[in-house]
Design a protein around this ligand. Structure first.
Ligand code: SF4
Length: 321
């Protein structure tokens, strides 16, 4: 009998042909059923937009602060969940829900405001967990303490945007906090509670970054051993400062082949236990200028699967503790 790619897969955290620890695998084994993330926009801002750390935001960020798929911020948390749930109802029968505070910096408000929003989400029926996207420089003590409290009640994941370990690039993209600041925030969360899952976001293809620099970012993240990593391809969106740089020919966009090569090399270096919740970006199709190959998300994921198989490698093969 001919062996399939699944039969030949040496990666332990997989029950398919996937050679990395996918989000689907995690959800299935953690919750025993499908769970859907529901993007939310609570009208927050960011320290690098409002002048606290800088102005203008990250140079690639959309108007909606990376919350392009959320319902309108004028709606309450409950109304946003209701609305998204109604649209997707045919897919979500008996599904667990994971409200995802996604747009802008979702710990960047007074504690009582955050409490009201998070508790409204937690009180919604069928909620299986909570995801909160933020920045490592926006984690004051009282918020960390409260996050630790939430982690006692539900499966809490706090998502931190690192994007790159290189401070020169961080400056160029107007991240407005250093990698040392990131580390401080990361460790603060860890200290607040061992039950808080941490997800680190990185971006491949940032202007002037070389292959080695992107690998260094992945190695830095690997050493932290976070519960989740999201790997994104850089998206050039209409109306952003990055669009102007791109039109002026200031940097090159990665080809699909380059992106697949780099991402496969990063996956090899990540701990096998870390869930790779994304291996490509998911931006607003109508605003995307480049790279157009990223519109075919399934194709990008398939190419990464093929590359890992072709190299006979898998997540963690090059990870050393
Ligand atoms: S911190 Fe996030 S939401 Fe804020 S400007 Fe940067 S990418 Fe956009």
């Amino acid at each position: 009998m001919k062996l399939t790619q699944k039969d030949k897969n040496p990666f332990v955290y997989s029950d398919s042909n996937k050679r990395f620890h996918t989000y689907d695998y995690y959800i299935k084994h953690k919750f025993g059923k499908k769970c859907a993330k529901i993007p939310l926009d609570c009208g927050f801002t960011c320290p690098n937009i409002d002048g606290t750390a800088g102005y203008g935001g990250c140079i690639y960020c959309s108007d909606r602060g990376s919350g392009d798929f959320a319902a309108e911020s004028s709606l309450s948390v409950k109304e946003q969940i209701d609305k998204t749930r109604t649209v997707m109802e045919h897919k979500w029968k008996n599904c667990g829900l994971i409200p995802y505070f996604q747009a802008h910096t979702n710990t960047y408000a007074p504690l009582d405001v955050l409490k009201e929003k998070y508790e409204e989400a937690l009180s919604y029926p069928d909620v299986a967990g909570l995801n909160i996207a933020t920045r490592a420089d926006a984690l004051p003590d009282d918020v960390c303490e409260y996050l630790g409290e939430i982690a006692e009640r539900t499966v809490l994941t706090v998502e931190l945007g690192l994007q790159t370990v290189h401070d020169g690039t961080a400056k160029l993209i107007n991240r407005c906090h250093t990698t040392e600041d990131f580390l401080k925030g990361y460790q603060k969360l860890r200290k607040a509670s061992g039950k808080i899952n941490i997800c680190v976001h990185i971006i491949n293809g940032l202007p002037y970054e070389t292959y080695d620099m992107m690998i260094e970012t992945a190695e830095f993240v690997a050493r932290l051993e976070p519960e989740f990593v999201k790997i994104h391809s850089l998206h050039v969106l209409k109306g952003t400062p990055l669009e102007k740089m791109y039109i002026d020919g200031k940097f090159n966009i990665l080809s699909l082949e380059e992106y697949v090569d780099i991402t496969a090399c990063q996956i090899e270096r990540l701990p096998p236990e870390t869930v790779v919740a994304r291996v490509t970006g998911d931006g607003d199709k109508n605003a995307l200028i480049a790279p157009t190959w990223s519109l075919k998300k399934t194709c990008v994921i398939n190419e990464i699967d093929k590359e890992l198989y072709k190299r006979d490698t898998y997540q963690g093969k090059l990870f050393c503790r």
